[in-house]
Design a protein around this ligand. Structure first.
Ligand code: R5P
Length: 301
């Protein structure tokens, strides 16, 4: 097996390779002054099973183009199979038409991936569990929930003082799965609304019963983008008398002023994973990064 890394998350690619006990294969990615990229496969890949690791985080378009070029280069160079490890699948929130006239951006991306020769895709915590159905090639949909469960157990937060919280009704399935991993730990969900035009998030209702004895809320989400969801959810939870709010989110998208929003929020601690590379400048003090590398390596074995 040969493993190649795009430029979005070489740190994760190195960790995956190291778990598998193999070196990353070299790749020449040249960026021209106009920001166009030229990708070249250096060693022979003829009849080899190849893996490309590329997270399609900010800037999603540029990272996707690079991924398409790497896949195209591998295919044209005779690779036997190409597995795309896309730990964060950008455009996952544009998987269907919300308002008439909209493009289904994710469908366009899947079409290009498959058309260029991808044999299999490995992803983490997709925004919707229906996304794999849009693919014609096999999709391994991994989840960071076991990592979160491990952290919760390690910190002894799986007690009657704590409650799992989904910050929106769309996350109910996820919170039920985590509850099951934690011996049916209690959970509630927040009724969140987002204005489709402005993106503004509001939340004023908690659905489910919140025991008076509960002191600690463990919010679980697939991603933190602007941080708006976490900001309103944590504020609401504190208004309901919870004294501590801890956040678990798989993908640290961290767009706009997310880091500042999280820093100023009512949240005590934020756990994310390394599906997206978090640069030093974004590593706020209350942030902890869990590694998904071993899970990916196990899936590739
Ligand atoms: C929404 O449905 C998702 O599960 C996340 O809650 C959302 O994408 C987070 O975005 P933001 O941080 O911008 O509120």
């Amino acid at each position: 097996m040969l493993i190649f890394s795009g430029s979005s998350n070489p740190d994760l690619a190195k960790k995956i390779s190291s778990h598998l006990g193999i070196e990353l294969s070299p790749l020449d990615i040249h960026v021209f002054p106009d920001l166009e990229k030229r990708v070249r496969i250096i060693d022979s890949v003829v009849d080899k099973d190849c893996v490309v690791v590329q997270s399609t985080s900010i800037p999603a378009d540029s990272h996707y183009m690079e991924l398409f070029f790497i896949i195209d280069g591998l295919k044209r160079s005779g690779a036997k199979s190409i597995t795309a490890v896309i730990p964060y699948l950008g455009y996952g929130r544009q998987d269907h038409i919300f308002r008439s006239g909209e493009a289904v951006s994710l469908d366009v991306i899947i079409h290009i991936l498959e058309n260029r020769g991808v044999s299999k895709v490995i992803v983490f915590d997709l925004h919707s569990i229906r996304i794999p159905e849009l693919f014609n090639v096999p999709v391994s949909h991994l989840s960071a929930l076991p990592l979160f469960a491990g952290e919760i157990i390690k910190n002894k937060w799986n007690d009657s003082d704590s409650v799992l919280v989904s910050p929106d009704m769309g996350g109910i399935r996820r919170i039920k799965q985590l509850s099951a991993l934690l011996n049916t730990m209690q959970f509630v969900a927040i009724e969140k609304n987002r204005d489709l035009v402005s993106g503004t998030v509001t939340a004023d209702t908690i659905s489910g019963s919140l025991r008076n004895s509960c002191k600690r809320a463990l919010i679980v989400d697939d991603m933190i983008s602007s941080g708006g969801t976490i900001q309103v959810a944590s504020k609401l939870l504190k208004q309901h008398g919870l004294s501590e709010v801890i956040v678990f989110a798989t993908h640290a998208v961290f767009s706009d002023d997310a880091v500042k929003t999280l820093e100023e929020s009512d949240v005590e601690k934020v756990y994310v994973t390394n599906t997206i590379y978090v640069g030093k400048e974004k590593q706020l003090e209350k942030l902890e990064i869990l590694s998904t590398a071993e899970m990916v390596a196990d899936e590739l074995r």
